[in-house]
Design a protein around this ligand. Structure first.
Ligand code: SAH
Length: 345
């Protein structure tokens, strides 16, 4: 079976080059083609000899994702892609334009195992992990199609990034590389539903990324009702590991809190959340719940959302409301799917 060469890190590529008795600079050349220029065919590596290209193609393939469908928001220009992977599976990615540049929201798995009750990404179940190369390919394909340079990455698409730990770390390492896309770790955000042992593992890498936790409830009763993962790692486990993370890395953590009417948006919830996070180096991102047809999510009024925000702020918690982008093309948080659909659903 051939291996995905875009999923190798630089050290592995260098080792391969040395095992094949080639000069070390070959590794730089190949890495640059794969990670800076995002080529999908060995024949595009024009400064690599024909013979070497042949050897490479006998041992490796280059992961790729092809545009199967593309939707552009008429409201804010957000672009959603449905990508087809080499084995025919699908994932979605979203490109958003901010004042500081373009951000991509990438998928890390085909589907998701986590089963959050309000999210579309888990509806069709879990199929497989994406390779590091496949996660990165989403950037290359989008950049080429839109003729832009992406400067920020959020691992907030389909899948649970910490359930695909090794490939995600490798992806971060590769996009970080100066010979690759050269995207600073500070411009990368990883969102997790709270896989506690992997959050602990992440600390050892001491990456400068932003860690975001999908909390969505201030206590176990509500959280277990909407997020099955809470039965494995409860709110206290998460808060404890986050405190450890902050003291080890000195980095601020973000908490995502999706407001669902009548479920987790009461004044009591806001107060309990403020109590829970008191004194922590953190920020709360409130997300008005987005519609997912099968889920029956109900969004509260703007007034109730602002009220929740004010209670947090009054109690000393740093909090903001996340701006909704791509709402007319189902490209907002929790709306991505691994399915091909007729409409932008
Ligand atoms: N699996 C990771 C990455 C997904 S990030 C995680 O859970 O963090 C996507 C974010 O959108 C998560 O915070 C997720 O809980 C949230 N989300 C899911 N469905 C949503 C919906 N319908 N409306 C608003 N936010 C939603």
């Amino acid at each position: 079976m051939k291996k995905d060469i875009r999923s190798l890190n630089f050290d592995e590529l260098r080792k391969w080059v040395s095992v094949h008795n080639l000069p070390a600079f070959r590794a730089d050349q190949i890495f640059t083609w794969l990670h800076k220029y995002g080529v999908c065919d060995f024949d595009e590596m024009s400064n690599v000899s024909k013979e070497l290209r042949k050897t490479l193609s006998e041992e490796f393939y280059i992961s790729d994702c092809k545009i199967e469908n593309k939707f552009v928001s008429a409201i804010d220009g957000t672009v959603k892609y449905l990508f087809k992977l080499t084995d025919g599976e699908y994932v979605e990615s979203v490109i958003m334009k901010y004042k500081y540049g373009y951000t991509i929201c990438v998928s890390s798995q085909v589907g998701c195992k986590m089963g959050c009750r309000f999210c579309a990404s888990t509806l069709a179940g879990y199929k497989r992990n994406l390779t590091a190369g496949e996660i990165e390919s989403q950037l290359h394909t989008a950049q080429k199609d839109l003729n832009i340079r992406i400067s920020h990455i959020v691992l907030m698409g389909i899948g649970e990034p910490l359930d695909n730990f090794d490939n995600v770390i490798r992806f971060i390492e590769n996009v970080n590389s100066e010979n690759g896309l050269n995207i600073s770790a500070r411009n990368i955000t990883l969102s997790t539903c709270g896989v506690v042992p992997e959050i602990r593992r992440l600390m050892d890498f001491n990456l400068q990324i932003t860690l975001t936790i999908s909390l969505h409830a201030p206590n176990d009763k509500i959280r277990s009702g909407i997020m099955p993962v809470n039965n494995k790692w409860c709110v206290k486990d998460i808060i404890d590991v986050c405190k450890e993370y902050i003291s080890r890395t000195s980095r601020r953590i973000s908490f995502e809190y999706t407001l669902i009417k009548g479920v987790n948006d009461s004044d009591e919830c806001a107060l309990e959340l403020a109590q829970l996070l008191k004194g922590m180096l953190c920020h709360v991102n409130l997300i008005p719940v987005n519609n997912v047809e099968e889920r029956g999510n109900i969004r509260g009024s703007d007034r109730s959302i602002n009220n929740f925000l004010h209670i947090l702020q009054k109690n000393g918690i740093n909090a903001t409301i996340r701006r909704t982008l791509g709402s007319d093309i189902n490209a907002s948080c929790g709306q991505l799917r691994r399915k091909k659909t007729e409409v932008a659903q």
